[in-house]
Design a protein around this ligand. Structure first.
Ligand code: ATP
Length: 335
């Protein structure tokens, strides 16, 4: 008898979850959700430690429901994270595949950023192990989800710092340049800038017009004695320190004090906000449900409150623009 259509795929029994690239608050909530959803659906769930590095070294352990108890409120990642050069080589990926096969792992949940998804895409195309990703990065620079896991916490951490700096800026009539993270994206800068009442926000997505900034700062001096300028780390003019020196040189006012604060890694740590815990939990569950329904080579994200699966190729390749209304808002409110 002729058989028409595709054969039904063999039901998946064993999956593994890992975190990779830069850590972000809410990754633990995501791990917990993936592990518990897998167990709820009758799967054996494994944890791969230190991302692709652990996959290559075979650092893989069975996880149980209690393995992920008491982690939802913690920043970082209990599975640890790493950046692996070896996974970028065909030999490294072959070793990783052999270790997964030795454990009988038939599906992967990859929690990380665009680099992690680039690796996952290459690996899936080479070895065919179904993989669904979850957007774990503070930068919010991934297409296919309104927000990434960790972004909200990072913004709130930056905001808390900006509030504190504002106190001292006002007390001493200082101009503060505050550098926030975000790699090539300005999302953290824009949201913390709006929330922190910044006079200017400098982001990689727009060309920073130094002369316009200097002109506005001179004008603002008539009404304000201190100013906050939030600089995204990837700004086209350089770091906050470089920009501060350029502005200082152009303003030529010895009575004015210019200061720089680089917030750095505090933005990656801390207890995740409720939003990041919910987002991490939703994405972790959606990733496992996606795997079980035959999805692969894609990321589970949340857009307009709905779970959306977006091919890795789009998550990596399509731009995620800043909301121009947000930029206009900063300009208008800083008068
Ligand atoms: P974040 O945005 O928070 O830094 P990320 O996932 O983008 O997170 P990366 O360090 O860029 O972090 O990538 C994580 C890992 O993914 C790399 O260390 C590497 O092992 C793997 N990876 C990245 N690009 C590739 C590639 N082209 N081929 C194979 N593996 C890759």
């Amino acid at each position: 008898m002729a058989i028409f259509g595709a054969l039904k795929p063999k039901p998946m029994k064993k999956i593994a979850v890992f975190t990779s690239g830069g850590d972000s608050p809410g990754m633990n909530a995501c791990i917990r959700a993936a592990v518990r959803t897998g167990i709820y659906k009758g799967l054996d769930v494994f944890g791969i430690y230190r991302g692709y590095e652990g996959m290559i070294e075979g650092d893989i352990k069975r996880l149980h429901s209690h393995s992920v108890s008491n982690i939802i409120q913690r920043g970082g990642t209990v599975l640890k994270s790493a950046r692996s050069m070896e996974f970028k080589t065909p030999e490294g990926r072959k070793k990783a595949f052999e270790n997964l096969s030795a454990h009988g792992i038939e599906g992967l949940v990859a929690i990380g950023g665009d680099g992690t998804f680039t690796g996952a895409k290459v690996f899936y195309e080479e070895f065919g192990i179904p993989t669904v990703g979850c957007p774990g990065t503070i930068d919010n620079d991934i297409y296919g989800t309104d927000y990434t896991i960790g972004f909200d916490t990072a913004v709130n951490t930056a905001l808390e710092a900006i509030d504190k700096i504002r106190d001292t800026a006002a007390a001493h009539d200082r101009i503060f340049f505050i550098e926030v993270m975000g790699r090539d994206a300005g999302f953290i800068a824009v949201e913390s800038g709006i929330g922190g009442g910044a006079e200017f926000v400098m982001v990689p997505e727009t060309q920073t017009d130094l002369d316009a900034v200097v002109k506005s700062l001179k004008k603002l001096r008539k009404t304000k004695t201190s100013s906050i300028i939030v600089v995204a780390e990837g700004d086209d003019l350089g770091s906050a320190d470089v920009i501060m020196k350029l502005v200082k040189e152009k303003i030529q006012d010895p009575s004015k004090e210019f200061k720089v604060t680089t917030l750095g890694h505090i933005q990656r740590g801390g207890n995740p906000t409720a939003r990041d815990r919910v987002l991490g939990s939703r994405c972790g569950m959606a990733a496992v449900e996606g795997l079980l329904s035959g999805k692969t080579n894609c990321m589970a994200g949340i857009m307009n409150e709905q779970v959306v699966y977006t091919p890795f190729a789009d998550c990596i390749g399509l731009p995620k623009p800043l909301n121009p209304d947000h930029l206009a808002l900063i300009d208008i409110l800083s008068i």
